[in-house]
Ligand binder design. Structure first.
Ligand code: GLA
Length: 373
């Protein structure tokens, strides 16, 4: 009898610990230490429906995102690593904030205010995602703050003048807001003291069937873009803006990712392309809908940005260590990185990525989760 009582007390404690974990709110704990001993924290955001996301202060990386399916069953739909050591070993920007300039800058060079700047070439002949130590590899300061109907975390980083070769001290704030409507809302803002290019995005890899469930080739994708920016074979735009109609890039009606992927002339084969979004940049409008047929999960994307890089995990090769010992294979996840067009700083015909002192960079993107009706 006494044993039974003791057992039920233990069970009660375990249950309440579980309830605590799934409780609406934001909690913070230590995630690990960087090689120089800087502490990395982990924040867990849980909304009133039990949807949970975990974020670490290294790169503002979203390490987990638990989303319900059509039967209310939760799965972690974001690819990532198991722990800090694995993130530090290297990974292809899983769940991270990328910048100062996300995507590519041709030959790592640009001219601004009559001065030529040289950046790291860390992707063949080009500069990618902010250079050697881009915003995905720095430690952000996290602050929990109160919002109505949502759980919110503010991440801040001050990028020094000259960091990774870019001009100006840049103060960046990225807010992750998990609403009770199962939306992950991201609000970016930044100011500078010298003119600088800036292009911030979130590099989350999604697999709406669950991060370890194989390829995303059967996900149905709709992208509200009649045009795209064709590239050379190093993925730098040629400067032309061409219609998607009649190409494998036409996602104006829902189409399985795998349907025409073999028609793409690229090595490795797959989508890694900037779409010129319909509608007015600066206004928050729906730009994409992705449906996973088996789970019924649907993700809608809205943004204020003019473009989106649609990337289908072409470079994943089964070697990358993932959560729970999973090895992510090619097409194991997809990204919809809302942003300005690649290499905009060198392309006169593209919307400008230059932020001037006294002006504010602003960008809002919302990933909204639901189920197919
Ligand atoms: C972006 C790029 C891809 C690739 C990934 C990271 O999406 O466009 O070419 O570099 O990042 O692997």
């Amino acid at each position: 009898m006494r044993n039974l009582l003791a057992l039920s007390v233990v069970a009660l404690f375990a249950l309440s610990a579980l309830a605590q974990e799934n409780k609406e709110g934001v909690t913070k704990k230590k995630y690990g230490n960087m090689p120089d001993a800087t502490q990395v924290d982990e924040y867990t955001l849980t909304n009133k429906n039990g949807m949970t996301m975990k974020v670490i202060t290294l790169g503002g990386i979203v390490t987990e995102m638990h989303v319900p399916d059509k039967d209310g069953k939760f799965a972690d739909v974001c690819l990532g690593c198991s722990n800090l050591a694995e993130y530090l070993e290297g990974h292809p920007y899983f769940g991270a904030i990328t910048g100062r300039v996300a995507n590519r800058i041709a030959k790592g060079k640009f001219t601004l205010g009559g001065k030529e700047y040289t950046l790291a070439t860390n992707n063949g002949p080009n500069h990618l995602h902010g250079g050697k130590i881009g915003f995905d590899k720095v430690i952000w300061t996290g602050t929990i703050y109160r919002t109505e109907g949502a759980q919110s975390l503010m991440l801040q980083y001050r990028s020094k003048d000259g960091e990774e070769g870019y001009p100006g001290n840049l103060s960046v704030t990225v807010r992750y807001i998990l609403t009770d409507k199962n939306e992950w809302r991201i609000e970016y803002s930044a100011t500078t003291d010298k003119a600088t290019p800036i292009n911030l995005t979130q590099h989350a890899y999604f697999n709406l069937a669950g991060h370890s469930s194989g390829t995303i080739l059967d996900h149905q994708v709709k992208i509200n873009a009649d045009k795209y920016t064709p590239t050379d074979d190093t993925l730098i735009p040629t400067g032309k803006i061409e219609p998607v109609k009649g190409t494998p890039n036409d996602f104006t009606t829902p189409t399985a990712i795998g349907k025409r992927i073999k028609d793409i002339k690229a090595d490795p084969q797959g989508y890694d392309l900037n779409f010129v979004l319909n509608g007015k940049a600066g206004e928050l409008r729906e730009i994409a809908v992705v449906t996973e047929p088996k789970s019924g999960r649907v993700m809608k994307v809205s943004t204020t940005e003019p473009g989106v890089q649609f990337y289908t995990g072409n470079f994943l090769d089964g070697k990358q260590k993932g959560k729970g010992g999973v090895k992510y294979s090619q097409y194991g996840g997809f990204c919809l990185e809302t942003q300005h067009y690649p290499d905009s700083i060198n392309q006169k015909g593209f919307p400008s990525v230059v932020l001037e002192p006294g002006k504010k960079y602003m960008h809002t993107t919302v990933y909204s989760f639901g189920v197919a009706k």
